[in-house]
Design a protein around this ligand. Sequence first.
Ligand code: NAD
Ligand code: DAU
Length: 349
Amino acid sequence: MKLLVTGGAGFIGTNFIRHIRQEHPDWQMTNLDKLTYAGNLENLKEIQDQPGYRFVKGDIADRKIVDALLSGEYFAANSLRPNTRDLRPSIVVNFAAESHVDRSILDASPFIETNVKGTQVLLEGAKKHGVQRFIQVSTDEVYGSIDRGRFTEESTLSPSSPYSASKAAADLLCLAYFKTHHLPVVITRCTNNLGPYQFPEKLIPLAITNALEDKPIPIYGDGLNVRDWIFVDDHCKALDVVIQKGKPGEVYNVGGGNEKTNLDIIRKLLELLNKPQSLMQFVTDRPAHDRRYALDCARISTELGWKPAYSFEKALSATVDWYLKNEPWWRSIKSGEYARYYEEMYLKR
Ligand code: NAD
Ligand code: DAU
């Protein structure tokens, strides 16, 4: 297998590349990442020089680089090998995205540029160069909020934030390329991930690292919004199965089966870290804050035989352990440019 992985220096992409190295050491991987604030090559230090893995810094919305990579000419031009045909990726796994809802409320433009235009550029390149499978890593947020019951893959898309609207637009483009051009696209829509290497602007790593620094943890609104949490390893395993067995043109919901309120999570984290519950600080709610996400994941389990392996408790304690053992990783992020963004966001609330 020859994979073009995009956004592989971010949270889920990093875990996915590590998963593939472990499970399929013979698979070739090129990681195309723009290295935005969320991309971090430190995450892949042990892998960077391994044969069969290459990193390329670039933008998925840049037609030239996408075309050169998907034709195989990029590596030939960089004198690595003369035969471009054996360097052509047969599979694209698109993780690259602007992924944080709060940032999309501050400025939606990069979300449209990367999540919509970038996906279209990749689809066009994949069509032109005969890619055999295009995996679009999407999200449960495209369905919007649900008070009772669960969304199936046939539910209407009703996104609430500029982030989720940009992801929904990308999903529709993918399906249109399948219908119009028969491009073998498969879409996965996953629930909230937790695990190692998640950027500390997202709820769980933000809460862990703030608690370790004895800083307040902002809880939006009443803290009773519900998310379904999945350990990132389980998401990576689902993607591995979808690459191998997913049906072209199909959408697969992927969930952990762990519905929790934000308050449940923060209370549990503070207990695990032996920190006072008084660190919780209720702040102004996120605009258009979805109340509850919940997915019906029968399709991926019955048709492809995938099920999550981690309970929420096991996932949370593995995540806490990782942040405890990798303090220099998150401290260097929190002391950099991100510190200014966070101060500004926090003061606004
Ligand atoms: P992330 O923000 O941690 O990482 C995104 C990565 O994409 C970064 O490495 C960044 O540098 C790269 N990137 C951004 N713009 C790019 C561009 N124009 N060209 C190339 N690279 C670019 O995101 P994540 O949490 O790892 O999410 C990965 C994917 O999974 C996203 O598509 C997201 O919508 C989806 N998803 C995330 C979750 C979650 O809980 N985190 C759940 C479901 C789906
Ligand atoms: O559902 C999948 C989605 O999960 C992905 O598509 C997104 O890329 C990912 O960022 C995540 O989106 P959420 O908005 O659910 O994640 P976030 O960690 O930002 O927030 C989780 C919940 O916690 C949400 O209800 C908002 C709340 N929250 C978040 C932050 C950052 C707080 O109460 N306080 C906070 O400081």
